[in-house]
Design a protein around this ligand. Sequence first.
Ligand SMILES: [Zn+2]
Length: 234
Amino acid sequence: MNCLETTRLLNPYVDGELDLSAALAIEEHIQACARCRASFEGLQAARAAVSRECEFKTAPESLRLSLQAGIAGEGARGVASLLRSPLAVAAPGIAALLLAGWLALADVLNSGKPPAAVQARIVYHVTSSETAGAALRTLGNHLDAAPEVAVVVVAHNNGVDFLLRGARDESGGVYEATVKTLVRRGVEFRVCNNTLARRNIASSEVIPAATLVPSGVAEIGRLQSREGFIYLRL
Ligand SMILES: [Zn+2]
């Protein structure tokens, strides 16, 4: 990935519209290239500013009333008529932002409580048995620092080894014990079944604390695109 391609794909990247391999190529490039990193950070800051502004300042009074009416008991009808309004036709993206912001605000008005903080979701990708021990230690530290974070670990290629029965870390400790501790703290471990098939490993070799998914890469793509997970490779 060069600067030209990165510049072209930066917008869809920030919108989370790229597939996994393209997103990884961009991430790699912006790690290494200060100029593209600066463009990326500028773009992110601009998006954040737009959504902040739209959330609480720009929505017209009529929109607020219409949404409140919809929420108060007219069911979906208020929201549906709103979506057919000229505003929505002219700028669907902004309309969606306004809608999200005002729905959140209406929730607060209705319940009298502040909105719950958005929970960070991270997918850890483990691809090598050499880094598994370090990945689990990092993960433990991560949870100490941010206990509310939701973490899914996806193991793929040689990264599945630490989730097999009897696997031991560099200092001879049993991985399964560490994994169980992390599962009790809410972490989920998922193993790529394509890797097991390719390496002729029986699924019964996988410790019960982990679950199988058909494809590790597809699972990571799904978590990122459908469930809003942030990707961390370890
Ligand atoms: Zn560049």
